[in-house]
Design a protein around this ligand. Structure first.
Ligand SMILES: [Zn+2]
Length: 309
């Protein structure tokens, strides 16, 4: 019998934990707030270890029922060593050998990886990308990330840092980006930029993509124009990737992707028009399927398939 995995998805606000069945179903969930823990690494790791043990025990399982623990973190991870290199939104985490420390505390195998890579693994094995050999999984939010499945494998790059589609420059004279570059894809389609674009188009402060979705649903022409513009930026950012990697599928996830009906047809149209004809005509664009559970489910894929990933 295959065993359960405890999946952990560390975000800037919350740490989500889930007990994942061999079928990929999340059987139980719990969460912790990130902020009170982030000031002390020792406290953070101690509380996390206790939460992992708790979710195993309260669900009537024993250590022997668990195949391992998979943890996704928002930043640069040395995957083979299980070391956190750097987390941009959680200060103080530099070169932390998290895997070794947790393995000692828990007496279970622990694997750690970048959070978007885990989301990509989940969508590939259990979500919108099942059975697809070459895909890109794009996550849109405050940050813009992506994961690449090429030739049925997660593409990691030389230092497990491949997939930073959000930081591919679209315009050498574009706006300054948090990464130190200019005109990155993220500076055109990250939430901050989309909220500013919405406020400009509506001539109102504090507009959000949720508000723009509601307005577009009522047929507001300005809101429809906003979604058309946002989709054009997203589509333009994907054209280069479609030409470079010739994927079969692009999966789009994150908050904005909920607005499928206003966004996706326009993204498809931009790619069809601007990408090279063979690559552009064969690529499909789908919405991510697994939502908030994706990181936790991806942890299970990582633990099960560690040797081939
Ligand atoms: Zn950047």
């Amino acid at each position: 019998m295959k065993k359960y995995v405890v999946g952990v998805d560390v975000g800037g606000t919350n740490i989500k934990l889930g007990l994942v069945h061999p079928s990929g179903r999340v059987m139980a969930r719990s969460h912790l707030p990130t902020k009170p823990l982030s000031s002390s690494k020792t406290k953070f790791i101690g509380v996390l270890a206790e939460a992992i043990q708790r979710i195993i025990i309260i669900n009537g399982l024993k250590i022997e029922d668990i195949a391992g623990i998979g943890i996704g973190l928002p930043g640069l991870i040395d995957y083979p060593q299980g070391r956190v290199r750097f987390l941009p939104n959680i200060p103080g985490w530099k070169n932390v050998p998290l895997r070794v420390i947790l393995q000692k505390k828990l007496n279970l195998p622990v694997l750690i990886d970048n959070d978007v890579k885990l989301i990509t693994l989940a969508e590939w094995k259990f979500g919108a990308g099942r059975g697809v050999k070459h895909l890109i999984c794009l996550t849109l939010g405050t940050g813009v990330g992506s994961g690449l499945i090429l030739d049925n494998r997660l593409y990691r790059g030389a230092a497990n840092a491949a997939g930073e589609l959000g930081h591919v420059p679209l315009n050498e004279q574009g706006p300054a980006c948090n990464c130190g570059g200019f005109g990155c894809f993220e500076t055109y389609v990250g939430n901050q930029r989309l909220f500013a674009l919405a406020s400009r188009i509506m001539h109102k402060p504090n507009m959000t993509t949720e508000k723009m979705f509601a307005l577009a649903n009522q047929g507001d022409p300005k809101a429809l124009r906003f979604w058309q513009e946002a989709a054009t930026h997203i589509g333009n950012g994907l054209v280069g990737v479609v030409n470079l990697l010739n994927p079969e599928l692009i999966i789009i996830g994150g908050g904005v992707s909920n607005n499928e009906k206003f966004l996706f047809p326009a993204i498809r149209a931009v790619i069809k028009k601007r990408a090279m004809s063979l690559q552009g005509s064969m690529v499909k664009i789908k919405r991510a399927k697994l939502g908030d559970d994706a990181g936790i489910i991806g942890a299970q894929v990582l633990v099960y398939h560690a040797k081939s990933l």
